[in-house]
Ligand binder design. Structure first.
Ligand code: PMP
Length: 364
């Protein structure tokens, strides 16, 4: 559709056009049932079908076994920063955090209110451009879990492999908000995965948690009922009114990802998009610079600066005039950031790369 922009926003982010159009077609009168998804009861048969299909399609995409509950929650990934220690720890239990950027830092600080959460490694001295080597991690032998942020949305660093918790009773937990469903993941390596939907899989308002069932049921007594994984799982995400419309859109996205051939195929497309963009940066003779260590560069969020930093504003403005918007880096780091989630078409990245070359040629 000709009047849509290439939206490089970090989230809420671009969604597949086919999904938006399908939602539009069904908006007024969902499948002939006489009302929209926004208006129907969350306990009616239409919505029951929608939420069950969303869950089962997500289970197929990530090959999630029946040992795990899949729950649709509210409050954003930020709420999970608190829910996690409340569900898995007593106040005296320790938990380890690998801090590779702003999001894992926030997760750790929030957890400190509810357990003995500790930063066991921080990338801050290197301005969050690295992922640590796993054997250098000084894990606490009694930590209840090891927390990572699999992809730091602001700094553009991504785990390409995952560390193993030190002891058998400990588990790995990941905030996958910004690379959820961008590639296959072996869920069985994790005790819990959580992700806000608004980057790769849907609109804001719903957060997805995948939790190993045996970890549920011993939350701290002060845990608000809405944050209790077991309550949410036992009630199939319908303890109270869930974010129905957001779940419906996620369902359409999951269906679309399956139609594309699943996450193996999706990953191939993402690798291609990211590589042409990083190649353009690295091949610019230093005109554009990406500070992130090459081996851990994010496939989803590509931050870069211009050597002549005074040109950054002009770069972002001119790109917007050509229909490529939301390229400004996060307010905490500045520069440029192109978020190229699943739904960003290759054509969008190609257009950006062509613009980058042209802009460079015009500013020798
Ligand atoms: N974790 C990561 C990696 C994120 O990118 C974000 C949002 N940008 C959050 C957590 C916070 O998510 P929410 O706004 O859904 O609370």
């Amino acid at each position: 559709t000709k009047d849509r922009l290439f939206n490089f926003a970090a989230g809420p982010a671009t969604l597949p056009e086919s999904v938006i159009l399908k939602a539009q077609a069904d908006l007024f009168n969902y499948q002939g049932c006489g009302m929209s998804v926004m208006e129907m009861s969350h306990r009616g048969k239409e919505f029951d079908f929608i939420i069950k299909k969303a869950e089962s399609d997500l289970r197929s995409l990530l090959s999630i076994s029946s040992d795990y509950a899949v729950i649709f929650l509210q409050g954003g990934a930020t709420t999970q920063f608190a829910a996690l220690p409340l569900n898995l720890c007593s106040p005296d239990d320790s938990a380890d955090y690998v801090v590779t950027g702003s999001w894992s830092d926030k997760a750790c600080k929030e957890a400190q209110k509810f357990c003995k959460a500790k930063t066991i490694w921080s990338g801050k001295p290197d301005k969050y451009t690295k992922i640590p080597s796993f054997d250098s991690l000084e894990q606490n032998s009694n930590a209840k879990y090891l927390h990572i942020c699999s992809n730091e949305t602001i700094h553009g660093v991504e785990f390409k492999d995952y560390p193993t918790p030190l002891n058998e009773n400990s588990i790995l937990v990941a905030d996958m908000s910004s690379n959820f469903c961008s590639k296959p993941v072996d869920v069985s390596k994790f005790g819990m995965i959580y992700a806000g939907a608004q980057k790769n899989v849907g609109p804001s308002g719903v957060t997805i948690a995948i939790v190993r069932k045996d970890l549920m049921g011993s939350s701290q007594p002060i845990t608000p009922v809405m944050l209790d994984f077991k309550t949410q799982a036992d009630n199939a995400s319908l303890y109270n009114t869930p974010p129905c419309f957001a779940i419906y859109i996620c369902g359409l996205v999951f269906e679309d990802l399956l139609q594309q051939g699943g996450l193996v195929e999706v990953e191939k497309k993402n690798v291609k998009k990211a590589s042409i963009l990083y190649d353009a940066i690295d091949g610019s003779d230093g005109f554009y610079v990406c500070p992130v260590e090459k081996s851990v560069r994010s496939m989803m969020n590509v931050p870069f600066t211009l050597k002549k930093s005074e040109l950054e504003k002009k770069f972002i403005e001119e790109a917007a005039l050509e229909g490529m918007v939301q390229l400004k880096g996060h307010r905490s780091v500045g520069g440029v950031r192109a978020s190229i989630y699943n739904a960003m078409p290759l054509a969008g990245v190609e257009k950006l790369v062509a613009f980058m070359k042209d802009f460079q040629a015009r500013h020798p």
